[in-house]
Design a protein around this ligand. Structure first.
Ligand SMILES: NC(=O)c1ccc[n+]([C@@H]2O[C@H](COP(=O)([O-])OP(=O)(O)OC[C@H]3O[C@@H](n4cnc5c(N)ncnc54)[C@H](O)[C@@H]3O)[C@@H](O)[C@H]2O)c1
Length: 335
């Protein structure tokens, strides 16, 4: 069994640990939480899930019983934590975004490759059965050439956060909803079209107290053709949609609920000359599927399905989106 420690026991760390406890491939024996008050409140959680609480990531990096780390920590810490973990010989699963800029993602990936450890990223939408099916349909050529993506990932969970929460800060979360939800859509778009060419992003505070912005619209153009129109709103109830329009048809995946508690999806497909088909997908543990793909990669059973080139392309476009949202300019993506 591949044994990991989960670092950062806030919202998402507490979602990840119980999921790992159901796995036959990956186990968790330690959690890292440096915030004294948060760590003190983890007693029942730690007993329920049989995990030891430590307060310093370095403790698990020195522990030979820990083979990998799952980073559920604030965004600006990710790159340095990936480098530290890789240099300690630990495989790394890092929550999104992998880093905040291209220089950092290149640095992180170099450390991972130099140390011959696996790197995985928390883009669990890639592991949703209807998204896998949509990607299979697109790659089969049945719908022709992909032309344009329309995607939305909106939610109102952040309305409940305290104003000083790091997830609402311009430093940790530039461009409002981008690092929360928009990044997942950008990742899927890179999965379809590859490297981005240029971006225009506009973020506004229109419908909430979220001063960092609650409404984000992005246009991304891609080097090999294609556009992505990405929408992310933090002041409206949950919606999730990913649609790819091609020159012979289109496919759309619509989520029924937020990924933290999936209730399933609906995939709609239209091929020119045919009738529209609608397929229901039951809930599936896609967060766990991503973590198990990490274990498979770490233990050499299968390569991690998201190539490093796409991890780099995603963060390169992310950096350009931050710049565009801050300046109002159309920004070329560095590659
Ligand atoms: N994949 C998804 O769908 C999804 C959903 C939610 C959050 N996330 C990601 O998970 C990460 C955490 O977000 P969150 O909402 O759980 O935040 P959070 O604030 O609820 O939790 C973060 C935790 O990390 C701890 N922390 C701070 N510095 C640390 C350090 N040096 N070492 C270890 N722990 C440290 C904090 O004390 C806090 O408990 C972010 O990258 C976020 O984008 C992903």
């Amino acid at each position: 069994m591949f044994n990991v420690a989960v670092a950062g026991m806030g919202w998402w760390g507490k979602i990840i640990v119980p999921q790992l406890k159901t796995s036959s491939k990956i186990s968790v024996s330690k959690v890292v939480e440096p915030n004294a008050a948060a760590a003190a409140g983890l007693g029942d959680f730690a007993r329920t899930h049989s995990v030891e609480i430590v307060t310093d990531l370095n403790d698990v990096l020195r522990d030979p019983a820990i083979q990998g780390v799952v980073l559920c920590t604030p965004h600006t810490l990710h790159a340095d934590q990936i480098v530290a973990a890789a240099n300690a010989g630990k495989h790394v699963f890092c929550e999104k975004p992998l880093s905040m800029n291209r220089a950092d993602v290149l640095r992180a990936i170099k450390a991972v490759n130099d140390n011959k450890v696996a790197l995985a990223v928390g883009h669990e939408k890639r592991f949703e059965p209807p998204i896998l099916e949509a990607m299979r349909i697109i790659q089969s050529g049945e719908l022709g050439t992909p032309l344009q993506i329309e995607a939305n990932f909106s939610q109102d969970k952040f309305l409940a956060l305290a104003a000083d929460n790091w997830r609402l800060s311009g430093k940790e979360a530039p461009a409002g909803p981008m690092t929360a939800t928009g990044i997942h859509l950008l990742d899927l778009s890179v999965g379809v079209f590859g490297e981005a060419e240029r971006v225009f992003a506009s973020v506004k505070q229109l419908g909430s107290q979220l001063v960092n912005g609650d409404t984000l619209a992005i246009l991304v153009t891609f080097k090999k053709g294609g556009h992505a129109l990405l929408s992310a709103v933090l002041a409206t109830p949950f919606d999730g949609r990913f649609a790819v329009y091609c020159n012979k048809g289109w496919v759309e995946v619509r989520d029924k609920t937020h990924p933290e508690a999936p209730e399933g999806w609906v995939l709609t497909k239209t091929v020119r000359g045919g009738s529209r088909t609608v397929q229901e997908f039951p809930p599936a543990p896609n967060v766990l599927a991503n973590l198990e793909a990490f274990a498979d990669a770490a233990e050499g059973r299968a390569p991690y399905p998201v190539p490093q080139s796409q991890m780099i392309a995603n963060i390169s476009a992310l950096e350009a989106i931050f710049q565009s949202a801050a300046t109002g300019a159309i920004v070329d993506v560095v590659s």
